[in-house]
Design a protein around this ligand. Structure first.
Ligand SMILES: Cc1ncc(COP(=O)(O)O)c(C=O)c1O
Length: 432
């Protein structure tokens, strides 16, 4: 008899949390680590939201509450999601979750049976792929194309759709690439879905970065395209827009009230309800005009940092980096560095069991972390299937400009340090 279920052995993880202890070890040893690994804005929670949470605590609003989410928050979500997308939603279609992450796996549990196929972006938020084998479904990665701004076309999607397709994840603006699909691309994608998918196929549109857009761009949702609202779940939350990752407030707007009820019952089974004082804080965050100012300030800072980091990366030999249109990540192609430093050869020379835990971009990520004290994320952290020969890093720009300047100087040193990389490989440690 085995202690752990087979299902549990199949779930993967989010590596962003795995790098934390490595950084702590480096810092304990007296190093200053530049943290370009973090997926959270580096701004404080705006005062008006913080004050509302405090006020709610003082009102003793700390007890069990509606498992679907407090009515005030669901009303605010239905209104703003609908208005921003030219759609009409009722608060009964909204369910509140502890962050944007939990509904990702819950959707797979709710909509798929073993053997059903789930299409998801790769590179993409790792939890999409992580859960698929856990629920017994079949992962079908949709590889984003660098040459079209890390998006995909209707034709790319159409190639992957089969009678077994059940769920399709989309995420624009994208983690980890910052890519944003154009309205025309979304129309083509919607056309393919409407033409080829069964009416019971669901689209999970993860729009958690809906407010983080650059160069004056406006968010556009696939749900706004005629025919798509009835198939699309719109998932967003408070973590990124309000720099409030610890508040654990996310929400999904469902195509039907019946589906919202199923997820409310899952909430009851898993965690009963979400802290009401934070939900009231989120209601205020959505409704208060001040929030627009805090988002605009944050975006202006991200845009300045993006411009600096993209230029700095493109000046490094072996690195090419596109300018992302949203979110707070850049996703440089490091194929040239892999070549210049002989990383592919070093990887090929590793024992098979070590090879399985790493990749060429992981080796460079680890070299950069342990020898140059710059924390980034490797390509493998954002979907593993079919990504073997793809050499990218994700750098978060949710880090102050002073730190980013130091980080870029250090990375410029690392990409030229063949001797240092050879020593790192010889030392035989920290390969993943
Ligand atoms: C695309 C995407 N979806 C969902 C989440 C989860 O957000 P939360 O922290 O609200 O659970 C993240 C967080 O990084 C994300 O990047």
């Amino acid at each position: 008899m085995k202690l752990i279920s087979e299902r549990t052995a199949r779930i993967n993880t989010e590596n962003a949390f795995k790098v934390g202890p490595y950084i702590a070890a480096l810092e304990e040893a007296g190093n200053t680590v530049i943290k370009c690994n973090l997926g959270e804005p580096d701004f404080p929670l705006a005062a008006h939201i913080r004050d509302e949470v405090k006020r709610q605590l003082d009102l003793d609003n700390v007890h069990y509450t509606n498992p679907q989410g407090v009515p005030s928050l669901r009303k605010a979500v239905a209104k703003y999601i609908g208005e921003a997308r030219g759609l009409d939603y009722s608060p009964e279609q909204v369910v509140v979750f502890p962050g944007g992450k939990p509904p990702i796996g819950m959707c797979q549990q709710t909509y798929t049976n073993p053997g059903d196929e789930i299409i998801y972006p790769s590179p993409g938020f790792p939890i999409y792929e992580s859960f698929i084998r856990y629920v017994g479904a079949v992962p079908v990665p949709l590889h984003l194309r660098e040459e079209i701004g890390f998006s995909f076309t209707g034709a790319d999607l159409e190639k992957l759709i089969t009678p077994k397709t059940k769920l399709i994840y989309m995420n624009f603006p994208s983690n980890p690439t910052g890519g944003v699909a154009s309205r025309q691309q979304l129309e083509e994608i919607a056309d393919v879905i409407l033409r080829t998918c069964d009416e019971n196929v669901r689209i999970y549109s993860d729009e958690i970065y809906e407010n983080i857009l650059f160069d004056g761009a406006e968010h556009y949702s696939i749900a706004s395209i005629p025919g798509m609202k009835d198939k699309t779940l719109i998932a967003t939350g408070a973590s990124k827009s309000y720099s409030w990752t610890g508040g654990r407030i996310g929400w999904v707007v469902f195509p039907t009230i019946e589906e919202a009820k199923l997820f409310t019952n899952l909430n009851i089974n898993y965690f009963s309800c979400i802290p009401p004082y934070n939900q009231e804080g989120a209601t205020l965050a959505i409704e208060a005009p001040e929030s627009k100012h805090s988002i605009a300030e944050m975006n202006a800072a991200f845009e300045r940092r993006r411009d600096f980091v993209v230029d700095a990366l493109n000046a490094m030999p072996g690195v090419t980096c596109q300018k992302p249109s949203g979110a707070f990540y850049v996703f440089p192609n490091i194929a040239g560095v892999v070549e210049n430093l002989g990383i592919a050869e070093a990887y090929a020379g590793l024992p098979d069991d070590v090879k399985r835990t790493t990749s060429p971009s992981t080796l460079f990520q680890m070299f950069l972390l342990w020898e140059y004290c710059v924390a980034t994320m490797d390509r493998k952290s954002f979907g593993q299937i079919g990504a073997e020969n793809m050499h990218f890093l994700r750098l978060s720009i949710a880090t102050g400009m002073d730190d980013l300047k130091i980080g870029m100087e250090r990375m410029a040193g690392a990409v030229n340090d063949k001797a240092g990389f050879d020593r790192f490989i010889e030392a035989g440690e920290h390969f993943s």
